[in-house]
Design a binder for this molecule. Structure first.
Ligand code: GTP
Ligand code: MG
Length: 391
């Protein structure tokens, strides 16, 4: 990644990331680009910034159309529900068929290629979770490199919380999966948990830079990290470093370059005669790294497990909250990351709940008795009910 950018480029990046208005942001990003030296080491970064500019342009155009009340192709799908899941795959694999089986979205299913031309959403209810499923326009060779079509498909994937990578068992599964992997790779969307995860939370509540190292820094010290961030003008942020991180991983996080999106493979058209053989081929390629779910949208089998597979893939838990004077907990759960504590939940509800936290009562099947009085660092599990008491 882009080590050793000139100071003025770093300065410009800071300006760009602090600007909210898309028009102004584009301007700053263009200025930034002109300050980045052109060599192999900055290639990724330059491509990424160009992509950012192209996305901002779409955003502006879409806003204008909306204001003028004219229709036209939609580029972005606003998030709704508890999570947004994007169906990604080559043309004709059955993405629309899957969307129409899971939701009541109106989509055209046909044997023609490239029927779906814009990201199309629908809501899918899994137990008490509302999952928004979005069919992205077909992925093709070169999607990551060119044009509006590829940009809208991969932007949808980048903005999602999880991916359903769909392939067609009546065609060569290895070829299709390789195509998907290649394009995701180029767009810097990882579907395997990365070794390192660096999160930079700007505008950290306490003043100053706080570096929280939960893993290891492999080629630098925390002083180096501090210095790097300061050179980008980041003096007020919480930086969480997990796993085995390098200084490049930290710099990549500054540019919000690589993202990780969990995924499962949906192997559709499992009703065709030699499906079993092709599933084995695919397994040989993918190994244990990703789940493969053979389904048939036409014969309607294999789909009953989809909801729980998505839930598992997302790595989230559902937590129910209760007011101290109410008899029953909320019907709608909060969804929080697996491993979250009572403090994390409190922060999610409202910052006051965190700041004035006193203790909580937790009802849970796994506890020997419920409710149990717990502190803020108590780790929650799926299905827990929490009652927060403030000072
Ligand atoms: N045999 C079989 N055919 C299927 C299955 N699912 C979908 N099809 C057929 O595959 C073709 C493509 O289905 P779509 O759902 O339109 O595929 P898509 O991925 O949305 O395609 P585009 O939007 O055009 O890229 C249609 O003719 C479907 O009837 C399946 O499980 N088995
Ligand atoms: Mg379609």
């Amino acid at each position: 990644m882009p080590a050793n950018l000139p100071a003025e480029a770093k300065h410009k990046w800071r300006e760009a990331s602090e600007t909210r208005r898309p028009e102004e942001k584009i301007e700053k990003l263009q200025e930034f680009l002109s300050l980045v030296p052109k060599h192999k080491g900055t290639e990724n970064l330059r491509a990424q910034v160009k992509r950012k500019i192209a996305i901002l342009r779409k955003e502006i155009a879409e806003k204008k159309r909306k204001k003028a009340g004219v229709g036209g192709p939609k580029f972005f799908v606003e998030k709704e529900g508890d999570a947004q899941i994007v169906i990604l795959g080559p043309t004709n694999v059955g993405r629309s068929s899957l969307l129409s089986l899971l939701t009541n979205a109106k989509v055209e299913i046909s044997n023609y290629l490239y029927t779906t031309k814009e990201p199309t959403p629908g809501m899918f209810q899994h137990q008490d979770l509302q999952l928004q499923i979005v069919e992205a326009p077909a992925l093709m060779e070169g999607s990551a490199d060119r044009g509006t079509w590829g940009l809208q498909t991969l932007t949808a994937a980048r903005n999602a919380d999880g991916l359903l990578l769909m392939i067609d068992l009546s065609q060569d599964p290895v070829e299709q999966f390789s195509l998907i992997s290649r394009e995701l790779d180029k767009a810097r969307i990882l579907t395997r948990k990365p070794k390192a995860r660096v999160e930079i939370e700007r505008k950290y509540m306490g003043a100053g830079l706080k570096i929280i190292i939960l893993g290891h820094l492999v080629d630098c010290t925390s002083k180096d990290v501090e210095q790097l961030l300061k050179s980008y003008g980041i003096r007020d942020a919480a930086v969480k470093i997990q796993g085995e991180a390098t200084i490049d991983d930290v710099e990549d996080a500054v540019f919000e370059g690589t993202v990780y999106r969990p995924a499962v493979i949906i192997a559709n058209k499992a009703d065709i005669p030699n499906a079993t053989e092709r599933i084995e081929q695919l397994k040989g390629l993918v190994g244990e790294e990703m789940k493969i779910l053979p389904v048939s949208c036409e014969a309607k089998f294999g789909l009953d497990k989809l909801g729980s597979e998505i839930f598992e893939m997302l790595d989230i838990i559902r937590v129910y909250t209760k007011e101290p004077n109410d008899r029953f907990p909320s019907e709608k759960p909060f969804t929080v990351r697996k491993g979250s504590t009572v403090f994390d939940l409190a922060r999610r509800i409202h910052s006051d709940f965190y700041k004035q936290f006193s203790y909580a009562k937790v009802w849970s099947k796994r506890l020997r008795f419920s409710p149990q009085k717990v502190g803020g660092t108590f780790t929650l599990e799926d299905g827990d009910t929490v009652e927060i008491h403030m000072k």
